[in-house]
Design a protein around this ligand. Structure first.
Ligand code: FES
Ligand SMILES: [Fe+2]
Length: 401
C-alpha cells in the first residue's frame, strides 16, 4: 500500500505537479482527424488544461487555451480563420502561438492587443490523430510508431471516455495475471450467464517477467503447457510504451491502446486497430472512427467483452484508486515496477533530463519506430479480439437504438 502523498505523486497530472511535469514531456493524441471534418473547433482537455483545437478552411491546425483573455468566454465556440481563432463574444482573435492579433472594438492604433497572449501549444497530425505537446521547449519529435505509419495497414480508431485516472489502465497493462481470471474465468462466467459456451480455457501463469527497454517495458508470460523456448508471448511479450500506450497484436495486425490523461479523474482511451491492406487495394483515404461504450444504458458496466472487462476493473477501482488501502502480492511485481519507473522518470525531469522514450533523433524516427512484437499473437488474444470487436459493435448498436 502507498501513502496518500505517494498516491498523489503518481496520479496528479495538472500543471506544476511532479507527474504533470513528467507527462508534459510527451505528445498525446487529442482528437481523431475525422472529428474536425464534422466540427472544426473542438473543446479538448489534456493534463488538466482546457483547450480549444481548431482547423482552418485551408487545413491549418491550432491549439489554444479555451478561456478568452478578454472576459473569459470559451474559444471552443470560436470562429476558425486563416489568421487564428476568433472569440465568439467580442471578436478578439488569437494566432496559433496564442498571440492576440485583433480586437475589433479597440481603436485602430491601439497596441493593447500586443500585450495579450494566451497559452498555445504545438499540434501535428499523424496516423489519423491530431497530437499535442504541452511541455517545455525544445519540443521533441512526435514519435512515428510503426502502427501509425506503415502503409501495409488499414486503420480504425475507437474511443472511450473513462471517468478514471490513467494510471489504473496502465497498471492493468503491467498485470498479466488478470488475463487468466478477468478474461478467462470471469469472462466464461459471463458467457455462461448469457447461455453461451466458454470462450477461453483458463491457463495458469507459470511465470511472468518484465524487461525495461528504450521506450518502456515488455511484459512477458509463460502459461502452463507452453514451451519457454518457443512461446512468443514469453520470448517477446507485449510492449508497454511509456507512459501511456499498450501495444498488442502481432506484426500483421498491430494495435495500440492509448490512455490519454485528460485530468486527474478522466482518461481518453483510444483503441487503435489495424488490419492488413488487401494487396492491390488503394491506401486508405479516411479512417473510420467509432465509440466503444464502457457502460450499458441501464448503468451496468459492459462485461461481455475483453475491453469491457478491463474497463470494468479500472472503473470499479474508483476515479483515483485509493492505493493507501490496497494489499499487493508477489503477482503484482509489474505494477510495482511501473510505479517505480514513473517515480524515477519524475526525478529525471526534476534534474532537468529527458525522461525515457522522448524522441529527438530524426534518424531513429524515420521512416518509423519499429516496436518488436510477437511474430504470432497468442491465439487466445486473437480469438478474443474477434469476439470483442463483434460484441463491441453489437453493444454500440444497441446503445444507439
Ligand atoms: S470574451 Fe472573448 S472577445 Fe470578449
Ligand atoms: Fe485485460
Amino acid at each position: 500500500m502507498l501513502s496518500k502523498e505517494m498516491n498523489e505523486r503518481l496520479t496528479r497530472v495538472g500543471p506544476g505537479t511532479p507527474l504533470g511535469n513528467l507527462l508534459r514531456c510527451y505528445w498525446y493524441p487529442i482528437a481523431r482527424t475525422p472529428e474536425l471534418d464534422v466540427e472544426p473547433v473542438l473543446a479538448v482537455t489534456l493534463l488538466g488544461e482546457h483547450l480549444a483545437l481548431y482547423r482552418t478552411d485551408s487545413g491549418k491546425l491550432g491549439l489554444v487555451a479555451q478561456r478568452c483573455a478578454h472576459r473569459g468566454a470559451s474559444l471552443a465556440y470560436g470562429i476558425p480563420e486563416e489568421e487564428g481563432l476568433r472569440c465568439p463574444y467580442h471578436g478578439w482573435r488569437y494566432d496559433h502561438t496564442g498571440q492576440c492579433n485583433e480586437q475589433p472594438a479597440e481603436p485602430a492604433d491601439s497596441t493593447f492587443k500586443d500585450r495579450i497572449r494566451i497559452p498555445a501549444y504545438p499540434v501535428e497530425e499523424l496516423g489519423g490523430f491530431v497530437w499535442a505537446y504541452l511541455g517545455p521547449e525544445p519540443v521533441p519529435l512526435l514519435p512515428r510508431w510503426d502502427v501509425l505509419v506503415r502503409d501495409d495497414l488499414v486503420r480504425s480508431i475507437g474511443v472511450t471516455h473513462l471517468p478514471i485516472n490513467f494510471l489504473q489502465a496502465m497498471e492493468n497493462s503491467m498485470d498479466p495475471i488478470h488475463f487468466e481470471w478477468l478474461h478467462a474465468v470471469y469472462g466464461n462466467y459471463v458467457q455462461k450467464r448469457q447461455g453461451r459456451p466458454p470462450s477461453m480455457t483458463p491457463r495458469r501463469h507459470e511465470q511472468i517477467a518484465f524487461d525495461v527497454f528504450e521506450y518502456g517495458i515488455y511484459k512477458r508470460r509463460l502459461l502452463e503447457g507452453e514451451d519457454p523456448t518457443t512461446s512468443d508471448d514469453w520470448l517477446t511479450g507485449h510492449p508497454v510504451i511509456f507512459p501511456c500506450i499498450l501495444a498488442v497484436g502481432d506484426h500483421t495486425r498491430p494495435t495500440m491502446q492509448i490512455r490519454v490523461p485528460v485530468d486527474d479523474t478522466h482518461t481518453l482511451h483510444y483503441w487503435y486497430r489495424t488490419e492488413q491492406r488487401p494487396p492491390g487495394s488503394p491506401p486508405q483515404t479516411s479512417i473510420p472512427i467509432d465509440d466503444v461504450p464502457y457502460m450499458h444504458k441501464n448503468g451496468r458496466l459492459v462485461v461481455e467483452t475483453i475491453n469491457g472487462q478491463d474497463m470494468m476493473a479500472w472503473v470499479t477501482q474508483g476515479e483515483i484508486s485509493d492505493r493507501t488501502t490496497e494489499r499487493l502480492g508477489t503477482s503484482d511485481k509489474g505494477v510495482i515496477l511501473f510505479r517505480n519507473l514513473v517515480l524515477e522518470q519524475i526525478e529525471k525531469v526534476e534534474r532537468g533530463e529527458d525522461p525515457m522514450g522522448v524522441v529527438r533523433d530524426r534518424a531513429k524516427n524515420e521512416p518509423y519506430i519499429s516496436i518488436a512484437r510477437e511474430g504470432v499473437a497468442l491465439r487466445a488474444f486473437d480469438i478474443q479480439r474477434e469476439l470483442t470487436r463483434a460484441a463491441d459493435r453489437e453493444i454500440a448498436a444497441a446503445e444507439r437504438a
